[in-house]
Design a protein around this ligand. Sequence first.
Ligand SMILES: [Zn+2]
Length: 449
Amino acid sequence: MYSKSKKQFFDWRNFFRSTHRTALAITVAVGMAMFIGSQAVANVLVLSDARIVNVELESVSTPKNILIDTDSGTISLITPAGEPIPEGAEVIDATGKFVVPGLINGHWHYEPFPDVFGSPESRTIADLQRKTDKLILRYGFTTVMDNGSDPAGTLFITNLNREGTLRGPEVHSAGDAFVPHPDGTPVFLRPLVLRDPATPEEISAFISEDSINFPDELFYGVKLFVGSPQQEPPGGLMLMDIDIVMAAVQTAHGLGKRVFAHPQGQLGAAIAVDGGVDHFTHLIGLDDPQNKALYEQMVANGISLNPTLTLFQALDITEGETGILAKVQEELRFFLDIGGTVIFGNDVFSDEVFNRTGDPRREYELMKEAGMSAFEILRSITVVPRAFIEGIDPVGMPPLIRVGAPADLVVLSSDPTLDAVNLTTVEVVVGKGRILWTPELDTTIGGMF
Ligand SMILES: [Zn+2]
């Protein structure tokens, strides 16, 4: 069984309730003689006087009060600033600040190397909280899309999130990954050995088995290393058989799951596109920059893309792949110009390997440098990944910040519609109606666990 987290290590919710009034400089709106009907208000959290960023309409509102029902975790009311606030509500003064929908990191890995760094189960809760604060919450991510990790570890951590033992994000995972046969685990993941189904029947059986062992609401996808770089010969590339890709897609779609492809260059990308995958976890890095037909096919087939520009910059600097960043930035611009769908993600691991600290600032800067507008970046980190997770079309979706919607909200000190880098000016993070992060709560900068 995978539910190893039954033991309560710490009741975070009680801890939080008793301390956050002072810790968060919350002002309690006593004396404002106003009730909403006869409703008790102990369960109301208010972000007051906030300017709401409507990503869908590309607009910023006049100051509003956002009332949150902390029991249901949803937005219960949005009123003009200055309107009375329910007596007894907990109020976060957001005067002069901006509220955006909870950010979604579309490329994250909870535990890709359990054998190397130890499994989550082997770590203390305090250590897991520090990592969650440091790599996820402080940047405003209320949701992460895990693009391949040890599923038992991911389930272990998300159970702690759900119980309230950890302050953590909503998680959607592609489980661990499949690699080409035989023994095609990518060189950068060794000594890990991933499953390498030899036949279409075998990969279908694995996916069906996983769907029984792991809950659907958490494991919403399947990850394929369609192209997989190998140590021998140097620069060697193993490719997944297209029949296996197609079988994976058919089985996954039949179970309501998406299929993620790691393309690794033009050859892998072509198989992934022809095989019918839903999403690329990186830009391609075309061998022939003039051959953009693959991107055109991706747009025609509705395949979304995670640029991971920071990763390409790291390859450029440390691996000597000179010019790769400029090349993929040009590909990103082309993909957007022809109507491609981009999902933000900076390919973060849960440890600081490969110098990935979680900080998305550089990714925002590089997306901007590739020609993405502030609203294009905002869409790629909110509306588009949410639609992908829900399996719906982002066009015509109701606004993420609306009455009745889950209260996943981030308070920023600076306007992200002027410059997407302002998405790093995070002050408060609310996830499902609960305050997940403030500087005072952050366990890596003095917050108590
Ligand atoms: Zn990755």
